[in-house]
Design a protein around this ligand. Structure first.
Ligand code: CA
Length: 289
């Protein structure tokens, strides 16, 4: 997977950036983690998650097993500290051989984009569950006061039992994956994300424009975005080159055809010369025979 880009920004309201991301093309591993906790604990938690996943994937572990291991690693760090409740979300994609594995805990999201934006992950929070059951509308979910309350996260407390979401599917040519923290999705709508993905030509330009849009909308949280995969060349371009080729062939055929103006001129010359000759022949025949 050669085409990808990632970016993280602290935003305008937070003193720390507790988000982090990883884009390891060699492993095919891409992730976003969004840490929480007092002082600098959130940064520590998200970094533990990132480093644990990378280390475990290098030894051939599955994504889901690595996420369980990251949960234990954050809990171990909590045990080493006094009064820490640090935690982190994670959304991770393992991309190889035209397929992707995506696993997540919390409300950092994965989307697929192929001209249309489709959310792959489902946030681990009660509001998303209510939305899935049809108890509330997407508009109500977007502004619900408890939309950021998580039903599971990595670390925080040993009493939390995690059940990572997990999806495996084929990655079509031209299909892109977008991973992000809620600093993006709380600031701009899916429609805005889709438009930016459509307008920008490369993963780097898409990532830059998405982060910029979240900052323009207020930048109230850390914002992190990873885009994986090259953008599909619009089908209009292919049709355009085909049209150009046809146009050239038509022009070549037209060049070989006799010019219509020349044909009309010859017809007139034959008419002008032919009529007097015919009259003369008729006169000679009438006169002498
Ligand atoms: Ca956040």
């Amino acid at each position: 997977m050669s085409a990808f880009a990632g970016k993280s920004h602290p935003g305008y309201k937070r003193s720390h950036n507790e988000d982090c991301y990883l884009a390891d093309a060699e492993l095919g591993l891409f992730l976003v983690a969004d840490g929480v906790g007092g002082h600098a604990d959130g940064e520590v938690a998200s970094a533990i998650v990132r480093d644990t996943l990378r280390a475990d994937l290098r030894t051939g572990a599955s994504l889901v097993d690595a996420i369980h291991d990251a949960h234990r690693a954050v809990l171990d760090e909590i045990d080493r500290r006094d009064e820490s409740n640090m935690g982190s979300t994670v959304v991770a994609a393992l991309v190889a051989h035209g397929e992707y594995d995506i696993a997540w805990v919390g409300d950092s999201r994965a989307y697929a984009f192929d001209g249309e934006l489709t959310q792959i992950s489902r946030d681990h929070n009660p509001v998303s569950e209510m939305l899935a059951l049809g108890a509330i509308t997407p508009e109500q979910a977007a502004t619900h006061p408890e939309r950021n309350v998580l039903s599971q996260s990595l670390g925080v407390s040993g009493t939390i039992k995690i059940a990572p979401g997990h999806i495996r599917a084929g990655l079509h040519p031209g299909q892109q994956l977008l991973l992000c923290s809620d600093g993006l999705t709380d600031e701009i709508t899916d429609a805005q994300i889709s438009r930016i993905m459509q307008e920008q030509p490369t993963p780097q330009a898409q990532v830059d424009a998405l982060v910029e849009a979240a900052l323009d909308a207020g930048g109230r949280d850390n914002v992190t975005v990873v885009v994986v995969g090259a953008k599909r060349v619009p089908s209009g371009d292919t049709a355009g080159s085909g049209c150009n080729r046809l146009e050239t062939l038509d022009q070549a055929a037209a060049a070989r055809r006799p010019d219509a103006t020349d044909e009309a001129l010859w017809r007139r010359i034959i008419w002008v010369l032919g009529v007097p000759v015919a009259v003369a022949i008729a006169w000679v025949l009438a006169k002498f025979f």
